[in-house]
Design a protein. Structure first.
Length: 322
């Protein structure tokens, strides 16, 4: 080997090799660390999730001012900043004024069947079956004492996809931001349904998730729930979350993988409020998508074809277990 080649090896090639080795070492070190973090999150047990939620709630109560309150949820008008779905008299808003074509496929007979199913579920049992859709909700099934009841029933915990409603008297008046669960908490209620279905955690009731949302800055005063509740909060529950395209095949592929969808929707079939609304999609068949709408038992008792809901969608988030 000539002296010139030796100098090239010593002063040019050797430093490049050393720098390359250093970068590779740093890269694989960071990758290993991120994998270890992901493994830790994926290994979060139901008990750890329950304990985390309990601690968040206790923390919120220790810092909350003691004020006179009633468990009777106040009504908000559709133009109030915190109003986020069709609770109250928002059904009377003019669709024509918003230039929105609403779904009107239900016949009077279908409407009657849904109404009967809802009454049956409320008064007699926790689950109702309408045209192959099993809706499990314990609203009005739990005896009320005048206090908040954050507990989920055995039927809700056993259900593959329980329906939680914002206006459930167990928690309707529980404060969320400057509003209440009933007026403003479609986001936490939707997230609670997904967490309960995917993780088996027993403490993930809507008011507990609403407390978590406020404690972690996911509630925006005057606007409602930020989408960061799902995107950033998912890892605290051993879940992953990412945004997907507003496309029927993409949505169905996510559901086929065992994931669940949270949709942000604007004025249309699911809300008559300019503030928007969140809903959950957990399945589909040839009739359409299966929806758990935290603002409506009735809207959760029917199939929703993609052609009907596509124009309502702002964002779609898919969530699954790590």
């Amino acid at each position: 080997m000539s002296k010139k080649v030796k100098y090239i090896c010593i002063f040019l090639i050797f430093p490049i090799v050393m720098v390359g080795a250093l970068f590779l070492s740093l890269y694989f070190g960071e990758k290993k660390e991120s994998q270890e973090e992901a493994t830790t999150e994926a290994g979060r047990s139901d008990e750890e999730i329950n304990q985390m939620l309990l601690e968040e709630y206790q923390k919120s109560q220790s810092t909350r001012e003691v004020v006179e309150f009633s468990t009777e949820a106040p009504m908000l008008a559709p133009n109030d900043a915190e109003y986020d779905d069709m609770i109250g008299d928002a059904e009377e808003d003019s669709a024509e004024a918003m230039a929105v074509e609403l779904d009107s496929d239900l016949s009077e007979e279908d409407e009657a069947i849904i109404a009967a199913a809802e009454e049956d579920a409320k008064k007699k049992r926790a689950a109702a079956n309408y045209n192959g859709i099993e809706v499990v909700s314990s609203m009005n099934k739990v005896a009320l004492t005048g206090d908040y009841d954050f507990n989920l029933t055995a039927e809700e915990l056993a259900a593959a996809h329980p329906l939680f409603l914002q206006y459930d008297p167990r928690w309707a008046a529980y404060p969320y931001g400057t509003g209440t669960m009933k007026s403003s908490a479609c986001g936490p209620t939707s997230f609670a349904m997904v967490i309960t279905a995917l993780t088996g955690a027993t403490n993930a009731s809507p008011p507990m998730i609403a407390t978590y949302s406020m404690q972690h800055g996911h509630y925006v005063p005057g606007a409602g729930t930020a989408h960061s509740l799902f995107l950033n909060g998912c890892s605290d529950f051993g879940l992953y979350c990412h945004e997907i395209a507003n496309d029927q095949m993409t949505m169905q592929a996510a559901l086929d993988r065992g994931e669940m969808l949270i949709l942000s929707v604007h004025y249309g079939n699911f809300t008559h409020s300019g503030a928007g609304h969140f809903i959950v999609i957990y399945g589909y068949n040839e009739n359409g998508f299966m929806v758990n709408d935290p603002g409506s038992y009735e809207r959760s008792c029917k199939y929703w074809p993609y052609s009907v809901i596509a124009g309502d969608i702002n964002k779609i988030y898919t969530l699954g277990k790590q």
